[in-house]
Ligand binder design. Sequence first.
Ligand code: PEP
Ligand code: MN
Length: 354
Amino acid sequence: MIVVMKPGATAAQIGNVIARAEQMGCQTHPIYGDNRTVVALVGDLTNVSREVFGALDGVLHTVRIQEPYKLSSRATRPEDTVIEVAGGAVQIGGPEIIVMAGPCSVESREGIVEIAHAVKEAGAKVLRGGAFKPRTSPYDFQGHGLKGLEYLAEAREATGLPVITEVMTVETLPMVAEYTDILQIGARNMQNYGLLQAVGKINKPVMLKRGMSGTIKEWLMCAEYIVSSGNKNVMLCERGIRTYETATRNTFDLNAVPFVKQTSHLPVIADPSHGTGLRELVPAMAKASIAAGADALILEVHPDPDNAISDGRQSLTLEMFAQLMHDLRRVATAVDRFVGEAPVEIAVDELMPA
Ligand code: PEP
Ligand code: MN
């Protein structure tokens, strides 16, 4: 249930709602929006009456949330959530479409610094790169671990780009959180509830990838684990699901982008690299994702994809990436958004002779 406070409700009135709800044994999550404050009540609501809360001072009305994902639901918060990365240097979920780019794995110090400069030059706002890699085979490269995190930190230092990297275990979370600006939960860990609760207690944005066999509802329930543990800065990343189709690595579920945007207030990110597995399909699906309403893209880029340690087949060359950034600007304009510099609004009277 959400308790919608009247505009201008006082802190004491909000505090009273919280105290009453906690006395009745439910968890409370106040959500402060631009136009209104709501208090979401979750947990066991059997003893909670809407009439009692509706009559409290400062309360406008109460609403029962039908969806099982209460805190992530748009019914709880009608406005889009905008997530501030690196102290607000980058905002995800606002009018700017953010492009995160970089290699699948951090391969070497020189390599990641070179890629960071190149993707920044083309307009990327966040550098991606895996230091801990979830590989299908235990004999494949597992990532450079701490060294990889240090190389990422050097690339951030050299370019000023915030970084996103995957955290695979609760044990390595403190280490990864120290180095990264966004914590990535990979598809294989979508339902690792212990890890979700642990990142829920950290004050850092989290990008939750959809599991390869996760339904949209299961994925939103996983976001709910993080948000209900205390971290509201969650973004949902569609990266393709496993179907009977084998022509592409995964089936990129573009439906999920507008579906999740409509059902949840959390930002949606598209990963057409893993979604397709084929670099020649990535530009089309990246453009389609923006047209469908994605707030950000995460793209694998490598200067020599054929010799990349992991995911080379789906990695764009630097040239392909620069061309795509150019094309994305045009698609973004068509949906009233932008990539890179904000369009300058010129007032009509400024164009008139004095
Ligand atoms: C990755 O981003 O390189 C990755 C391993 O992604 P996913 O978890 O979507 O497979
Ligand atoms: Mn990859």
